[in-house]
Each structure stands twice: as C-alpha cells, then as structure tokens.
Ligand binder design. Structure first.
Ligand code: SF4
Length: 175
C-alpha cells in the first residue's frame, strides 16, 4: 500500500511516518512547500528533511513551486484562516496530482499532525484534491501524536523551526 505523504517539515513527519509504517503502509515523502519564507529557511527545512529521510530510509521527492506564485494565490485573501486554506490547497492539489502521476494509491499530509492548523480545513482540501485528481486521500488524525512528534524530533536532533512558514507567520504562528 504505497502512500505519498506531503511533508511540511521533518519534525511533523516523524509520528505520521512511524504510525503509517506500523500499519503496513509504504511511505514516500514529498517536500513541496512554496509557502516557506525566506529561501534560506526553506533550504534549512529541506536539508533537515533530507537527513531525516536518509536515516529512515524513506524515499523523498522535492518539487519546486515559486514562492511568488504561492504569494499571488494567497493574496486573494490574506486573512487567517482563509489564507491558510489557500495555502493547503496549493500544496495538496499538487501532491494529489503527483501521487496520481507516480502511481501511488494514496496521498496524505503531515499537516494533519498540527494542533495549530485548521484540521477540518486540511481535510476538506485533501478530499477536494482527491476528487479532482482521482487518487485516494488517506486520512489520519495525527494530532494525537503531536507531543510524541516533538519528542521524536528532539531525540533525532532535528532542526525545529519557530514559525509556521510564510512571512505572515513570522511573528510566531506555530506550525
Ligand atoms: S501560516 Fe502557515 S498554513 Fe497559514 S498561510 Fe502561512 S505558511 Fe500557510
């Protein structure tokens, strides 16, 4: 059972990976996060993701979308949580498209781990992406593992960022 996991960052991917593997899924990760600002921060998270994937022997893919095009999309409505819904949409639509193209049966997202994000909004966007690209959205409420994920990330000495990702969350909106 192959699943493509959209990974927002390594710390948030720890618990979802462990849980899905324990259930028999074969997980590959996709780093597709044009929301992250500035570029240096995106590279830092990518390097951490690469390090984590190598340790876990998890196939990892990176797909680039420009931050400018992401910014153009969210600029339609910068007010949170609507801005975040557009942000989820840009990443989940593309994840579903790639999952379909690469022959995965399922896709999911590490965003489902966060206790700070709009969980129901992520689910809605996941289901919509699933409908549009004809690939199954694998839903788990990973939030029950949020604290565990922090412990796992600290145990693995992974870089843990202090804000969600975009320039609007620089003030410290957690991931
Ligand atoms: S706060 Fe996070 S989820 Fe919301 S728009 Fe910014 S990067 Fe995306």
């Amino acid at each position: 059972m192959r699943v493509l996991m959209h990974s927002c960052c390594a710390p948030c991917s720890t618990f979802p990976l462990a849980l899905m593997r324990s259930l028999g899924y074969s997980v590959s990760a996709l780093f597709l996060n044009p929301n992250i600002y500035p570029d240096g921060e995106r590279e830092k998270r990518w390097l951490t993701m690469k390090e984590f994937a190598a340790t876990e022997k998890m196939p990892l893919l990176r797909v680039e979308m420009s931050h400018e095009s992401w910014l153009e999309a969210v600029s339609r409505d910068l007010v949170k949580p609507r801005r975040c819904l557009i942000c989820y949409r840009t990443r989940l639509q593309e994840t579903a498209r790639i999952a379909r193209q690469e022959g995965f049966r399922f896709f999911t997202s590490s965003l489902l781990l966060s206790i700070y994000q709009d969980h129901e909004g992520i689910v809605r966007e996941g289901l919509e992406a699933s409908r549009r690209h004809s690939v199954e959205f694998l839903y788990f409420d990973f939030r029950k593992g949020y604290r565990r994920s922090r412990e796992m990330a600290r145990g693995k000495h992974l870089y843990m960022q202090k804000y969600c990702g975009c320039e609007f969350s620089h003030g410290g909106e957690p991931r």
